[in-house]
Design a protein. Structure first.
Lengths: 311, 311
DNA sequence: GTCCAGCCACAACCAGCAGTTGTATCCATA
DNA sequence: TATGGATACAACTGCTGGTTGTGGCTGGAC
């Protein structure tokens, strides 16, 4: 199906005759007639009843019309999403199920009129470069990698400290614990196959391991969170870390447990990054929204790496 | 833009390489390459970064991808709206702003998973013929025209009595009345340019006029409800009838008044019509919904034409 | 009753595009 | 260094989709 054909159909339906639609689209009446005929052949139904005074919609045509309009609107939005100027606000998040996605969902609920596009970049360096180049407008990330401060023209504000929890199956030694001190995890196997070297969150877990003597295995291919949950649920000796706000498709009957970690509670510090000079109007709205809704950060009894604390 | 091209883009994005996408779409790799290149040329942005191991999305490509998927879904829905079997439930209403539209909106809110298409046919005869032919699944109408009973295979249930109100401008003699007896309207000019001869609602107003000696002018072209409201608001001697549930785009500052009519209150009897043997599953759901939400009908002190009372 | 205006469909023709085949190039890996 | 796997470019071809020209139908004016 061709969108020009759909556009022709809508124009003909609006005009009530092929001739006027043809003039509007700057083609001949015969071209409109052929396009409509082809569309009818493709769909297998008659869309217009031709009369000597024009063409009026059949019942099928009436039913099709709103869908055709929606199709054209969707095409318009798709093109707008990559248009150079005045495109939707483009925000980078770590993962589709991360806490940042939750913040963006909240923003969308509060401002449904603002068009958004969400992308996922490799790491904070890539995100910063994309912000500086204008390819994206903002990013939710831990603000910096070890030894690499943010450039001058990038602004940041820490918007959310997400507590890390231990996720275990029902047979795990800690399965029935109401909470577990961080130091007590030293002897347990923690498996995180999704950690990608070179990312700021890999650096986060490196620091966590180094400072508290944990054992995190990142070995093995990452088959996705479903496979991870399956394995953790079935293997008593295995556990994994998970952000408190991570939304999982929780397979029924797995008996997975989320166990808070204490003394200290490791938290993942989500910051909001944007370019000092970005004039996108929706960016200001998003910043204002985050200023209101963002939970407190830097609470007592929590741990973050030194390098992850913004200036 | 061509939907095949969009489909190709999505397939390539999912596969991560052109070759596999080409196999999936049963074309050559070169064709995929050319389609993507054309799409990029049209949009003016690069969607993939080509590598010797495949192609991965650029930031623009990531932003475009969900819109592309939505576009394909919209196309799928558009095609489904006219598909012979298992198409969306297709319901006929008198007008887009009628009470029946309100009922359908309520149904859609209660069952957003059910696909609906709303069409507007000429009159109840056309609607009944469409129901019998299977072109539509149901209709909201006053059940019959004078002297023409419903066919055996059409079922109907009266679902809503909509009170008629008098709509006047601020300068009208009855503008400040809290209500007005029907007989008292005999001397006033009531203007209804939208009434189309041959429809069951034209017959309704004919009966109303005949029984209570009213004067309804249907003369003049119908320029739409906006023009009607403008004229009524500006002309002290003019009033019009309007269903109580009719939603109007109320121009500010017009000072229009809705005045209830009494002794008796004329009500427009919306019935729900469907074919005895229609197996569409959503039809049963809609009937159940209407049975619960439909307001009482046939209240004392109201008037409807004899012929409009279903058997 | 006849004629004309207005609109749509069909036929013939033509250009350009989309697809195929063939080939060059690039890069990671063995 | 050779090779496999991936993309891009070039040349060719068939078909799609446009235009021009023409005919048929119908409703209203005369």
């Amino acid at each position: 199906m061709d969108l020009d054909t759909v556009r022709t159909f809508v124009a003909a339906a609006d005009a009530g005759q092929f001739q006027e639609a043809a003039a509007e689209l700057a083609v001949t009446q015969q071209a409109v007639s052929k396009r409509i005929a082809a569309l009818e052949r493709n769909l297998g139904v008659r869309l217009f009843t031709r009369t000597p005074r024009g063409a009026e919609l059949t019942i099928d045509g009436q039913a099709f019309l709103p869908h055709a309009r929606e199709l054209l609107r969707a095409a318009e939005r798709a093109v707008a999403s990559v248009r150079a100027g005045s495109r939707p606000l483009r925000v980078d998040v770590i993962a589709s199920r991360s806490a940042a996605s939750g913040l963006m969902r909240g923003f969308h609920r509060a401002h449904p009129e603002i068009d958004l596009d969400v992308v996922m970049l490799f790491n904070v360096d890539t995100a910063v470069a994309a912000i500086r180049s204008g390819a994206i407008d903002a990013s939710f990330r831990a603000v910096a990698m070890p030894g690499r401060p943010l450039p001058e023209d990038i602004e940041s504000v820490r918007v959310l400290d997400e507590q890390l929890q231990l996720l275990t199956g029902p047979g795990h030694a800690l399965a029935s614990a109401r909470s577990v001190p961080l130091a007590q995890l030293a002897g347990h196997r923690i498996w995180m196959p999704g950690v990608v070297p070179g990312t700021e969150w890999a650096a986060y877990y490196d620091d966590l391991v180094a400072e508290f003597g944990l054992t995190i295995e990142a070995t093995g291919p990452n088959f996705g969170s479903d496979a991870l949950l399956d394995t953790v649920a079935d293997t008593p000796a295995l556990a994994t870390f998970m952000g408190e706000q991570t939304r999982l498709v929780w397979p029924a009957g797995h008996g997975l447990r989320r166990i808070p970690v204490t003394d200290p509670t490791p938290v993942y510090p989500h910051s909001f990054l944007w370019h000092r000079d970005n004039p996108h109007p929706a960016l200001a709205t998003l910043r204002a929204h985050l200023a209101v809704t963002a939970a407190g950060t830097g609470a007592a009894g929590t741990w973050v790496p030194d390098w992850a604390i913004p200036r």
